[in-house]
Design a protein around this ligand. Sequence first.
Ligand code: SF4
Length: 119
Amino acid sequence: MTWQCDAACRDADPELFFPPTDDDTSLTVARHKMAVAPICGRCPVATDCLRWALDSGQDHGLWAATTPTDRRAIRRARTAGVPDPVADDEPMCPACALLFPMPAVDGQLCSRCLERRAA
Ligand code: SF4
């Protein structure tokens, strides 16, 4: 993960990004989220960070100032074919929300879904 070398949080306290609870309704998580927001807001690799957290299924911690609940919502939306404006600024397959490894025309199915459709 070379993007981590440019992370704005490299010298920040790691405990800020890992609240003792993942309960989004708690004041503790709200405080942590408010504390990391300015750091993530100026981070040059925030998109890479969010994509990595989504794709690797991180269930704990604040990644790109998103909570586990935020990321589950993004994953659910992706599954429904709704791309995230930050993480998915590249074309995605409308059937499975898989990001295309190569530039693709919006609305085009990925190779996996094309194979599934042909079978
Ligand atoms: S977006 Fe936030 S958590 Fe992610 S690398 Fe940047 S500063 Fe760290």
